[in-house]
Design a protein around this ligand. Structure first.
Ligand code: ZN
Length: 465
């Protein structure tokens, strides 16, 4: 009863009555005070950014508090302001503005439980997978775009390094739309070679950054043909479209389409082995990885790094600008990642982002699905509790080891005699060396689209055929 008494002490506004309610119940109270009282009542810390609760007044505060249920209390007092309390790993809470891409962890866990009850064997899961795939393809409008016949790739000069070469390429994946990348090829090895797509996420400097170059060079030295490629309106794509256009839903369509067309190109290369095809990226690059692995049967190994979560599905419109997560009456990235089953998959997670729950939530959920095929041993998790959101050395080492096992690559190319990671023979090139269209974009073809409206028109044209 203590909180009810305290709350009444703060009563300071009497409102006009509404139908069926007494005047006395119409109290208003600053939300900040209500939260303070809840902290005391439940002996919990509730964090929020400065100013978030400012000028917010709650009606009927005492009637919203459930002294036997903190979660329900927080929902009751915050929902009127479109605010949500997220439990944090330390047992406390953080208040955030409602964000359709992010759920409180217990909400993500409840969703996984709900999904688990929908399938108990491979037949039911295959039905679910097929329903999700069809919906995702339709939501992204990818089937229609596929009908475009790509001209030959634009290729740059090949540069040789120790055990691998690099060649810049560009594909015209839709009329007037170019996607640039660099192909890392093994040297002095006999093919056929596995193919690895290596999309980058929203890390600064995209595919030009050191860790991206190291992992592509490392995997090529190990014996794979690897391609690193720009996101939409990112890197050399910015020669066509301003960075701000990356944060629009068309980025989600184009990035998925580009990955599919890039795979067409990569599998057309001499010595490419279509029976060993992987995709790996971190963060937004992992989103691209799990989506392509879910939609394209040609992927045989999926390695999403620091992204798979039941309570966050990517805050960028290139990940969630279109409602793919509403498919099948609601899905999440754990279920989308599982769509590659029963083919080998490695999840890499850490203790400092939304993958911190992988060991308890997402990994067991996915492993159960692999179990439907008696292939639970083909999905692995490497969880690094002390690490953060990146594709750093220990994560690359985990990925290299998985690639040795499932893509039959040569571990001696990146590990020393003691089994320690050794990438010294991987060269980090200056950014400009990785550009296919020249230092200042002078080689971009003249018919390249420059207006986002023209690209939207091209996409619509294909979808209306
Ligand atoms: Zn994005």
């Amino acid at each position: 009863m203590r909180i009810l008494t305290l709350l009444f002490l703060f009563l300071f506004t009497i409102d006009l009555p509404v139908s069926g309610q007494s005047t006395n119940s119409q109290i208003h109270q600053p939300l900040e005070e209500v939260i303070e009282q809840i902290q005391q009542q439940f002996d919990v810390k509730i964090r929020y950014s400065e100013g978030l609760l400012k000028d917010k007044e709650l009606r009927f505060a005492p009637w919203r508090v459930r002294n036997y249920d903190l979660q329900q209390t927080l929902i009751n007092v915050l929902a009127p302001f479109d605010l949500v309390a997220h439990p944090e790993p330390d047992g406390n809470y953080r208040i955030r503005i409602f964000d359709f891409t992010r759920k409180p962890v217990p909400d993500g866990q409840a969703h996984l439980e709900h999904l688990k009850n929908q399938y108990h064997h491979s037949k039911a899961w295959e039905r679910r997978k097929s329903e999700l795939r069809q919906c995702m393809m339709e939501t992204l409008g990818l089937n229609a775009l596929r009908s475009y016949s790509m001209p030959a790739a634009i290729t740059g000069k090949r540069r040789n390094f120790e055990g691998y070469s690099v060649q810049n390429i560009a594909l015209e994946t839709l009329p007037g739309l170019f996607m640039a990348g660099s192909v890392y090829m093994p040297l002095k090895r006999k093919g056929p070679f596995p193919v690895i797509l290596s999309p980058n996420g929203h890390f600064p400097d995209g595919r030009y950054r050191d860790d991206q170059q190291l992992r592509c060079a490392g995997l090529a030295r190990m014996g794979a043909i690897v391609v690193s490629y720009d996101m939409f309106a990112w890197g050399e794509s910015e020669l066509q479209f301003a960075k701000e256009h990356h944060s629009t839903p068309i980025a989600q369509v184009i990035q998925s389409h580009n990955s599919i067309r890039l795979l067409d190109y990569m599998l057309s290369l001499k010595d490419a082995d279509p029976s060993r095809v992987a995709i790996t990226g971190a963060s937004g690059g992992a989103t691209q990885a799990m989506v392509l692995a879910a939609l394209d049967d040609r992927i045989t190994v999926s390695i999403p790094v620091v992204m798979v979560s039941s309570h966050f599905h990517g805050g960028c419109p290139c990940e969630s600008g279109l409602p793919v997560h509403l498919c099948g009456e609601g899905t999440n990235n754990a279920e989308i990642a599982a769509m590659v089953s029963p083919k080998p998959m490695l999840l890499v997670s850490n203790g400092k982002d939304w993958t911190h729950t992988n060991p308890e939530l997402e990994y067991p959920f996915i492993k159960r699905i692999y179990g439907f095929y008696n292939k639970a041993d083909l999905v692995s998790l490497v969880h690094l509790p002390e690490e953060g959101h990146d594709y750093g050395p220990s994560k690359r080492a985990a990925v290299y080891s998985f690639a040795v096992k499932h893509l039959q690559l040569d571990q001696n190319a990146v590990f020393d005699a003691n089994g320690q990671l050794d990438e010294k023979k991987c060269t980090i090139e200056p950014y400009k060396a990785l550009k296919v269209f020249g230092d200042n974009g002078e080689k971009l073809p003249a018919h390249a689209l420059k207006d986002i409206k023209d690209l939207q028109a091209v996409v619509e044209k294909f979808n209306n055929r």
